[in-house]
Design a protein around this ligand. Structure first.
Ligand SMILES: NC(=O)c1ccc[n+]([C@@H]2O[C@H](COP(=O)([O-])OP(=O)(O)OC[C@H]3O[C@@H](n4cnc5c(N)ncnc54)[C@H](OP(=O)(O)O)[C@@H]3O)[C@@H](O)[C@H]2O)c1
Length: 240
């Protein structure tokens, strides 16, 4: 039986991933802080094992998983999003919160769990299509995810000789509690179940760039080809 560890499995994309992998016959180590939600998941699927801890606590990460367990896949999905509403009154604490949860914790997870991934295994790091072009108010979130994308790409080079594949995951808008808070239009928003299936397929086929929905991400990828001065002009006009 295949085994996967998923962070952020108590909600949104991670919860749908945990359920989908369980239905595909995987043993799923489902991580999060919300014990109640993880226990409910485990009561629905015998093959889901909850691991409750805060990703900002390095010691908790290291003691969460039995060192003898071998993993076929890891998806470091957990994350948070907070916007910088006024760039002139830059909120450094907000910036640190987002970078710590979305990027620094990923380094701790890699240190703790990469030794437990099997040869031929697959690692997925959750970035965002927000990294394709700089977006208004996204200084903290965008910087954290740009860091994740860079990290994933460099890992895919250095883990190749260990026969461990790396997928960078770039979703467009997905309907979850995280995006329910947004007060702006979210074109091509898909369900978390659709997102989970796209990620499952991409991980199974060892794609190094998993992006969806294509009708949205391909537009952003095209905009990213523009010289920055053109995108900057457009983005400033859009914020007015
Ligand atoms: N939704 C989108 O449109 C979208 C688009 C692109 C990328 N993403 C990325 O996809 C990932 C999942 O997002 P989502 O939309 O599914 O959000 P969500 O429903 O808010 O879920 C976030 C998950 O991360 C966990 N988490 C957050 N901070 C944590 C911490 N300090 N320690 C442990 N777990 C923590 C939460 O656990 P608890 O609730 O148990 O604390 C929850 O399970 C994020 O990395 C997000 O940036 C989302």
């Amino acid at each position: 039986m295949n085994t996967i560890l998923i962070t952020g499995a108590s909600s949104g994309i991670g919860e749908s991933l945990a359920k989908y992998y369980a239905t595909q016959g995987f043993t799923v180590y489902a991580c999060g802080r919300n014990q109640e939600k993880l226990d409910k998941l485990a009561s629905e699927f015998n093959s889901i094992i909850p691991l409750v801890f805060d990703l900002n606590d390095k010691q908790a990460i290291f003691s969460a998983l039995d060192k003898n367990i071998k993993l076929d896949q890891i998806i470091l999905n957990a994350g948070t999003c907070e916007y910088i509403d006024n760039a002139k009154q830059f909120d450094g604490d907000l910036f640190a919160r987002v970078i710590n949860t979305n990027l620094i914790s990923v380094g701790y997870c890699l240190e703790a769990w990469l030794p437990q991934i099997n040869t031929g295994g697959q690692l997925g790091l959750m970035s965002s299509s927000a990294v394709y072009v700089p977006l208004t108010r996204s200084q903290a979130y965008g910087a954290s995810k740009a860091g994740v994308s860079y990290l994933a790409k460099t890992l895919s080079i250095d883990l190749a000789r260990h026969n461990i594949g790396v997928s960078t995951i770039h979703p467009g808008f997905v309907a979850t509690p995280l995006t329910d808070k947004n007060d702006f239009p979210m074109p091509s928003r898909i369900t978390s179940e659709q997102a989970a299936q796209a990620i499952y397929r991409g991980m199974k086929n060892k794609h190094y760039d998993i992006h969806f929905p294509k009708r949205f991400t391909l537009i952003l990828k095209t905009l990213a080809l523009l010289p920055f001065f053109i995108w900057r002009k457009l983005a400033i006009r859009m914020t007015k």
